[in-house]
Design a binder for this molecule. Structure first.
Ligand SMILES: *[C@@H]1O[C@H](CO)[C@@H](O)[C@H](O)[C@H]1NC(C)=O
Ligand SMILES: *[C@@H]1O[C@H](CO)[C@@H](O)[C@H](O)[C@H]1NC(C)=O
Ligand SMILES: *[C@@H]1O[C@H](CO)[C@@H](O)[C@H](O)[C@H]1NC(C)=O
Ligand SMILES: *[C@@H]1O[C@H](CO)[C@@H](O)[C@H](O)[C@H]1NC(C)=O
Length: 447
C-alpha cells in the first residue's frame, strides 16, 4: 500500500553513490558539500522530496510515531445555539523521517533547516470535533533536524462542536474536547503521542492567550482512548479544555438593574395605600422592567433555559403580584370608605387579636392607624369570649352591624384598619417569597 520501497528506483543509485563516497553506514545520509558557499543544495534533498507521497518508513511494520501538542492562543467565541466553540490553536506535530540524516560537522555546523512543508510528507492529523474545513494557511515551513526529526507547527482556526450547558449562565463553565486523530492511518500505520506534558500546554496557553474577552481558560486534561471503526483501530488523543465565562458584563448589565427594580418594587409598599399613586408607580416599574428585558434579550443565550431566565420570570411575577396586591387593597379601601359592609364577628376578633398591644404586625407605616386613636379594644361590641364560644360562629351569618351599636364611622375605621393589616400581611408574604426564591436561585448558582 505504501510503496516507499518500489518507488525508490532511480534514487537508489544516487544514494548508493553517496553512501560509498561518504563512507558512513547510512544509506540516506545527505551530502551537503558546497553548503558553505552556495547555500543549501536542493539536489541534496531531492531524494527526500521525491518520497513525499509516501509515509516515510524503513520497515513497514513499524508505525510512524507522531507527537502532538498545541497551544490555545485564543478563545474567540461560544455559540450556545449551534453548540460550537470557536478557538485558535497552534498545533505542533513532531515525527521522524528516516530518510533525512546528515552529519552536522560535515555541513558547516548546520543542525536544523527549514523546508517548505509541502515538499514533505505530512501526517493527516485532524480534530474530530472540528466542524469547519481546515483553514491552515498554505506555504508553511517545517524544521528538519540532522537526525531526521521533523517539527511542523501550524496555526489553525478551529470551530469545534462542544456540548454546552448554559443552565448556570452567566456563571457557567464549559468542558470542550479536542480529539486529535489520524484521518486514514490505523494503529498499524501511525501512533500518536504527546510532545509536551499537559501542564506545559496549559501553562503556555495561559501565557499566550490573547483574548481578555468573555472566556477564561481554567485547565486542560487529556485522555488517550483508541477509536475503533469496524475492524480498524485508530489512535487518538483527547484534550479536555475547561473554560469559564467572565460574568462581570452580565452582572452589571442584567443582574444589578433587575435587582434594583425589584427592590424599588418592594419598597413601593411603603407608599401609603390610600394615596393615588401606588398603583401607577408599580405599573411604571413593570413597564420599565419589560423594556429592560427587551433590551437585554440579546445578551441572553439564544437557546435553552438558563437559570437567569427563570430569575427574570420570577422578578416579573413578583412585580405583577405586587401590582395585584395593590389593586386588591385599593379596592378594599374603596369599599371600606364608601359602603362598609357589616363586619363578621370572627373577623373583628381576629382584628383585635392582631392589633393587640403585644402584637407587632400591623403597626406598619400606615397613616390610617392614627385615625384609630380609640383602639379596637375600646370599641363597644358583644365580644365577650363566652358569648363567642357559645354561639356557632359562622362567617356568613354572624354579623356586627349598625344594629349592634356601631356607627358607620366606626365600621369604616374598622374596615380601613383591616385593609392595612391585610396590606402588611401580604407585604410580609411577598418579602418572604422574594427572599426565599432569590436565595434558592443564588444557591443553585453556587453549586
Ligand atoms: C557530494 O556531491 C558533490 C557533487 O554535488 C560531490 O562532488 C561530492 O564528492 C559529494 N560528496 C560526498 C561526501 O558524497
Ligand atoms: C520490521 O519490524 C518488525 C517488528 O519490529 C520485525 O519483526 C521485522 O523483522 C522488521 N523487518 C525488517 C526487514 O527489519
Ligand atoms: C514522542 O514522544 C515519546 C515519549 O515522550 C518519545 O519517546 C519519542 O521519541 C517522541 N517521538 C518523536 C518523533 O518526537
Ligand atoms: C471534562 O470532562 C471529562 C470527561 O467527562 C472529565 O474527565 C474532565 O475531568 C472534565 N474536566 C473538567 C475540568 O471538568
Amino acid at each position: 500500500m505504501e510503496g516507499g520501497w518500489p518507488a525508490r528506483g532511480g534514487v537508489l543509485l544516487c544514494l548508493t553513490v553517496s553512501l560509498l563516497l561518504q563512507g558512513r553506514g547510512d544509506a540516506f545520509t545527505i551530502n551537503c558539500s558546497g553548503f558553505d558557499q552556495h547555500g543549501v543544495d536542493p539536489a541534496a534533498f531531492q531524494a527526500v522530496f521525491d518520497r513525499k507521497a509516501f509515509r516515510p518508513f524503513t520497515n513497514y511494520s513499524i508505525p510512524t510515531r507522531v507527537n502532538i501538542s498545541f497551544t490555545l492562543s485564543a478563545i474567540l467565541g461560544v455559540d450556545a445555539q449551534l453548540q460550537l466553540l470557536t478557538s485558535f490553536l497552534w498545533i505542533d506535530l513532531v515525527w521522524d523521517n528516516p530518510f533525512i540524516n546528515w552529519n552536522p560537522k560535515e555541513c558547516v555546523g548546520i543542525n536544523k533547516l527549514t523546508v517548505l512543508a509541502e515538499n514533505l510528507w505530512l501526517p493527516d492529523i485532524f480534530i474530530v470535533e472540528s466542524m469547519d474545513v481546515d483553514q491552515t494557511p498554505s506555504g508553511l515551513t517545517a524544521y528538519i533536524s540532522s537526525e531526521g526529526r521533523i517539527k511542523y507547527d501550524k496555526p489553525m482556526r478551529v470551530t469545534s462542536i462542544c456540548n454546552l450547558d448554559i443552565f448556570y449562565f452567566p456563571f457557567d463553565q464549559q468542558n470542550c474536547t479536542f480529539t486529535f486523530s489520524s484521518f486514514l492511518y490505523t494503529v498499524d500505520g501511525m501512533l500518536l503521542g504527546m510532545d509536551k506534558e499537559v501542564w506545559e500546554i496549559t501553562d503556555t496557553s495561559r501565557n499566550v492567550i490573547r483574548t481578555q474577552g468573555e472566556w477564561e481558560l481554567l485547565g486542560i486534561n487529556k485522555a488517550t482512548p483508541k477509536m475503533s471503526v469496524g475492524n480498524n483501530l485508530y489512535d487518538q488523543i483527547t484534550f479536555y479544555v475547561a473554560i469559564r465565562r467572565r460574568p462581570s458584563l452580565y452582572i452589571i448589565n442584567l443582574l444589578v438593574p433587575s435587582s434594583f427594580l425589584v427592590a424599588i418594587d418592594a419598597l413601593s409598599f411603603y407608599l401609603p395605600a390610600e394615596s393615588e399613586n401606588r398603583a401607577p408607580f408599580k405599573i411604571t416599574l413593570l413597564l420599565g422592567y419589560n423594556v429592560f428585558l427587551l433590551m437585554m434579550n440579546d445578551l441572553l443565550p439564544a437557546s435553552g433555559t438558563p437559570l437567569i431566565s427563570v430569575y427574570f420570570a420570577l422578578c416579573l411575577s413578583l412585580m405583577v403580584v405586587s401590582l395585584l396586591e395593590t389593586v386588591f387593597i385599593t379596592h378594599l379601601l374603596h369599599v371600606a370608605t364608601t359602603q362598609p359592609p357589616p363586619m363578621p364577628r370572627w373577623l373583628h376578633s381576629l382584628l383585635l387579636h392582631c392589633t393587640g398591644p403585644g402584637r407587632c404586625c400591623p403597626t406598619a407605616p400606615h397613616k390610617g392607624n392614627k385615625g384609630l386613636g380609640l383602639t379596637p379594644t375600646h370599641l363597644p361590641g358583644p365580644n365577650e369570649p363566652g358569648e363567642l364560644a357559645g354561639k356557632e360562629v359562622r362567617p356568613g351569618e354572624t354579623e356586627l352591624d349598625g344594629g349592634s351599636g356601631w356607627t358607620k364611622a366606626q365600621l369604616v375605621e374598622l374596615w380601613v384598619q383591616f385593609s392595612h393589616v391585610m396590606d402588611t400581611l401580604l407585604f410580609r408574604l411577598y418579602l418572604l417569597f422574594m427572599a426565599s426564591s432569590i436565595l434558592t436561585v443564588i444557591v443553585l448558582w453556587n453549586t
